[in-house]
Design a protein around this ligand. Sequence first.
Ligand code: MF3
Ligand code: CO
Ligand code: CO
Length: 322
Amino acid sequence: MKIPFKSAHEIQLQRAAGLVAAEILEDMCQAAKPGVSTWDLDQIARAGIQKHARIVDQEVAQAARAVRDLVANGNYDKAELERLTKTYSQLRALAKPGISNAEIDRAIAETATYHRVVSAFLGYAQPPYPAVVCTSINHVIVHGIPNKREVIKDGDIIGIDFGIYRHGFCADTARTVMVGNVSEEKRRLVEAARESLEKAIELCRVGSRLGDLGHAVQSHAESRGYSVVRQFVGHGTGRQMHEDPQVPNYGKPGTDKRLKPGLVIAVEPMVNAGAPEVEVLDDDWTAVTKDRSMSAHFEHTIAVTEQGPWVLTRPSSTPGNP
Ligand code: MF3
Ligand code: CO
Ligand code: CO
């Protein structure tokens, strides 16, 4: 499969997706307290998606009005039209004489549908993933399914993974939250996983190779006595949540594909306190450590730019400043 490289404009749109994903993930992380169920976290995410879906609808309606106002007198500035429709480019179709109200309404509806914030997880794959967030507690590595009867306890570590599309582009991001008083062992594991992602992010620049990233994650985790999961990997992300290339959390320096400007990848180390082996439970989703040791997961969506890494799912990041 071919890697879909992104233009600077496409990366801007994916950044907008990243900001929404980051905001909603942050809300869930703040809410992850003892007594809260994983289903409650899914509800928070669904509300966040709805709120941002409405914001897109309002922006589209406003841009459509601006276009209609601009072209109303027949003679208008083409550059001004371009500016007004930079994000919602489909609305340029409204700049033609004699267009009917029905056509206008249809163009607005189609544009909003294309750009609207939607879950990247709900209904994904087979069997269809049933929620908008993955909640993975303690020995669950990834893909834990939210459940009303699963309640967060003091001392738990919970991986929260969240993905959306906005403007037709995916943002995929995850974090492991330490709830209340966690043991020193768990704290060290979570810190190592977080740091291993930061080491890989630093390498998301032109000239690096995927093997360099994998090696950075693996060597950091293993130097602390942990193991990295091999059965799941990071991935390119864009118009599809999962695109080429695969981004393993292990590898040899100087091997595998070279990173180029316009590459956008989701890097997501899964670090186990014990052995790397995975077991998938009977729900066909929940992935746990075979030895039931603790596991931590962090993920960011990162664009490779000429200036360096741009962490699209980290609000403070700018191109070259991860
Ligand atoms: N977000 C996960 C990843 O990091 C995939 C989740 S699978 C889903 O790639 F079914 F939950 F969407
Ligand atoms: Co994810
Ligand atoms: Co991912």
